[in-house]
Design a protein around this ligand. Structure first.
Ligand code: HPA
Length: 240
């Protein structure tokens, strides 16, 4: 079978998918952490791979940037490929002075001014969506056993990366409780909720709107590795 944006046969995708934004990051994750890797998607170069991690089947696929993109890929994976859980692994910009570069943050809610959820489901009229509680608990547990500090908070999913008035982030931080910004979680959580599936999101702080600092390439890899170790350990609970 195939869907408009994924050409995989049905059994080619694992029940649990790790989802970075960048398809080349997905390839790097597959080659670095998984064994017996096969590629299940090349449509639009949005690569997806399945392999084994500690003997269990795990997939990793790029989501692209923004809610329309992750909305399409996560919907097709959940609805047509029998995927049970997706963990987004991404980066975020800090709104809160307590978040430092390279911190790993678990989203316990996503706030957005986006129309994604209302457009997808005309009965949904809220501007928060939520991850799966059990999947979040698995990520917290994994971080604890790996002794990696994990912060938690509401994440702003923005439709716009380049804002005209960046200081608006201060109002969003104050009014919505969002501690950081990225561009995908709100739609991912919404899709999981309407389809009865599970989703979560862990993020590495790559820049700060408070201090205007940004990460260095060399340090980014270390932080990324910590985030991946947490995601992979949690994913094992959902893998066959
Ligand atoms: N804005 C939106 N998305 C992001 C950012 C940001 O500053 N940093 C990482 N992802």
């Amino acid at each position: 079978m195939s869907t408009p944006h994924i050409e995989a046969s049905k059994g080619a995708v694992a029940k649990i998918v790790l989802m970075p934004g960048d398809p080349l990051r997905a390839e790097f994750i597959a080659n670095t952490y998984l064994e017996n890797v096969t590629r299940f998607n090349t449509v639009r170069n949005m690569f997806g791979f399945t392999g084994t991690y500690q003997g269990k089947q795990i997939s990793v696929m790029g989501s692209g940037m923004g809610m329309p993109s992750i909305g399409i890929y996560s919907y097709e994976l959940f609805k047509f490929y029998d995927v049970e859980a997706i963990i987004r692994v991404g980066s975020c910009g800090a709104y809160d002075a307590k978040l430092n570069l390279y911190d790993v943050v678990l989203a316990d809610a996503a706030w957005s001014e986006s129309s994604y959820a209302k457009t997808q489901d005309s009965l949904y009229d809220k501007d928060y969506t939520y991850p799966d509680k059990a999947l979040n608990a698995s990520l917290v547990e994994a971080a604890k056993s790996l002794e990696i500090p994990l912060k938690q908070g509401t994440i702003h999913s923005s439709d716009v990366f380049y804002r005209e008035h960046f200081d608006v982030y201060k109002d969003i931080h104050a009014n919505t409780g969002s501690v950081a910004v990225e561009m995908e979680s709100f739609a991912l959580f919404h899709n999981a909720n309407v389809l009865g599936k599970k989703a979560a999101c862990i993020l590495t702080v790559s820049d700060s709107l408070v201090t205007h600092e940004a990460t260095e390439a060399s340090e980014r890899q270390v932080a990324f590795t910590k985030m991946m170790e947490i995601a992979l350990a949690a994913a094992l609970h959902y893998a066959d």
